[in-house]
Unconditional design. Structure first.
Length: 183
């Protein structure tokens, strides 16, 4: 009797999984990357996005990460431009009795706008926030190295999030026969 109930439960779970997978194919789910039924592949569209210089060292890091993720070699003529504005702040954590912090969060906020080259107005815009912690140590050099690493991780997080949002948007536009819809 005990075995029968487990086998019944497993067969019901398998049936539920099968129904779920069949439902997923019926909902219009398509992979974001790879070949699509209509239009160009998402990677091709992403490679047509240009990233102008961004102010400050943090901007350089974000731009490098973005261009590494967007551009193919050789890069085709860009159709879009993504403009990014960054702000950076620090938040002290783990405060000692003498009010000095032993840990900090580096908070990076990015405001980005995607525009079609040669047109006015934006196609899409968004805001992204990344928070990366680091230790504040006795050694100034070690603290600087930890802060620099947190800044690089934040730049990578920001670039990944921007590329993800651009990929979803460009894929949606591509499916709609390449007519950029305003968001």
């Amino acid at each position: 009797m005990y075995r029968t109930s487990w086998s019944t439960l497993l067969s019901r779970l398998n049936a539920l999984l099968l129904v779920g997978l069949l439902g997923l194919t019926a909902c219009g789910f398509e992979p974001l990357y790879g070949d699509q039924d209509q239009g160009a592949a998402t990677e091709d569209l992403l490679s047509r996005v240009s990233v102008p210089p961004i102010a400050d060292r943090l901007g350089q890091l974000v731009r490098i990460e973005l261009t590494n993720r967007l551009a193919q070699r050789p890069a085709p003529e860009p159709l879009y431009v993504v403009e990014v504005k960054l702000t950076e702040s620090e938040q002290g954590l783990a405060v000692r009795r003498d009010a000095s912090a032993t840990r900090a969060n580096l908070i990076i906020t990015a405001e980005f706008t995607l525009k079609a080259i040669g047109t006015e107005g934006s196609l899409m815009s968004g805001s992204i926030r990344s928070s990366n912690g680091y230790d504040i140590l006795i050694s100034d050099f070690a603290t600087l190295a930890a802060e620099t690493d947190a800044r690089r991780r934040g730049a990578r997080d920001i670039a990944d999030a921007i590329v993800d949002r651009l990929a979803v948007y460009l894929s949606r536009v591509n499916i709609q026969n390449g007519v950029p819809a305003r968001q």
